[in-house]
Design a protein around this ligand. Structure first.
Ligand SMILES: NC(=O)C1=CN([C@@H]2O[C@H](COP(=O)(O)OP(=O)(O)OC[C@H]3O[C@@H](n4cnc5c(N)ncnc54)[C@H](O)[C@@H]3O)[C@@H](O)[C@H]2O)C=CC1
Ligand SMILES: O=C(O)C1=N[C@H](C(=O)O)C[C@H](O)C1
Length: 262
């Protein structure tokens, strides 16, 4: 049994993850963490009243010796400290939280190496999104003019989404940086052309009712290609999280991208 702590357990993803862990025959939930929660035990929540799982509110209270894998669905402000804490206590992080800066990821990778701990940061655990990113990278080789539209629920904190930014980074591995659009264009309303990543424009939509969706649009002379993925429900992320938890114990470095474990 893999012994797991879920950080951010009161949130949308954290709650879905707690249910997945409890229903998985190979996983054991040994703790939950959320400094903004009031419960001391998960059994104080009605649907989990039969369980006995300690709920922690500060990092220093966590019984680290009992935890093998730290699943993190928290917030862009919290994730760095959480993952650093896990790595320094020889706990493998499986991180879905977005918003880490490149230099923070590099620092965490150094800490993982020093402590010989494996881990994964995945901008998206949904297989449709993993495939979209790979297909987009392939397409950009032939159609290098690209714009990304990501659409999310209106409670999301970061923009652009981690998936959109990662899509742009993957495309940038094979696309040379260049300006797209008319060099003389003006934004009549500031921001109209979206964020700019090496000339690729990224547009972020936030609307109630949406979960997580992305379109990558390619245009060439006389033709266009659109690649789209939709997560209609947060269960779409759970098989990816489960795969990562099952495989992470065999790793000795901090990986980025679920494709590294598929
Ligand atoms: N990689 C993936 O496949 C996915 C990633 N995400 C990402 O996961 C993160 C969480 O998303 P949601 O669940 O929608 O957010 P949410 O706002 O519903 O939940 C976040 C939870 O984290 C808690 N929290 C805040 N600071 C904390 C800390 N220091 N330690 C532990 N918990 C803390 C909050 O109290 C809250 O309960 C976001 O960054 C989002 O982009 C979301 C869906 C899929
Ligand atoms: O906040 C979300 O909901 C999601 N966040 C991730 C991201 O920023 O890409 C993954 C997915 O899009 C859902």
């Amino acid at each position: 049994m893999v012994k797991i702590l879920v950080a951010g357990f009161k949130g949308r993803m954290g709650h879905t993850t707690v249910e997945m862990v409890l229903n998985h025959p190979g996983f054991e939930l040994v703790g939950v963490y959320d400094p903004h929660s009031i419960e001391k035990n998960l059994n104080e929540i009605n649907e989990f009243s039969e369980l006995d799982v300690p709920a922690y509110h500060q990092l220093s209270d966590i019984a680290t010796g009992k935890v093998e894998v730290w699943i993190d669905f928290t917030s862009p402000k919290a994730v760095f400290e959480n993952v650093k804490f896990a790595l320094e206590h020889h706990i493998s992080p499986v991180v879905g939280t977005t918003g880490l800066k490149d230099e923070q990821v590099a620092q965490l990778q150094r800490i993982a190496k020093k402590n010989q701990v494996g881990g994964l940061i995945a901008p998206n655990f949904g297989i449709s999104a993993v495939l979209l990113m790979q297909f987009a990278k392939q397409a950009a080789k032939y159609l290098p003019d690209v714009e990304i539209i990501e659409m999310h629920h209106d409670k999301k904190l970061d923009a652009p989404s981690g998936t959109a930014l990662n899509t742009a980074k993957m495309i940038a591995e094979i696309r040379s940086e260049h300006y797209q659009g008319n060099p003389d264009e003006t934004e009549v309303l500031p921001g109209a052309r979206g964020a700019n990543f090496q000339g690729m424009r990224i547009h972020s939509v936030r609307l109630p009712g949406y979960v997580a969706h992305e379109q990558v649009l390619f245009g060439g002379p006389g033709e266009a290609l659109t690649i789209r993925q939709d997560s209609f429900d947060r269960s779409s992320f759970m098989s990816g999280v489960a795969v990562a938890v099952s495989k992470i114990g065999k790793q000795h470095e901090l990986l980025v991208g679920l494709e590294n474990l598929l």
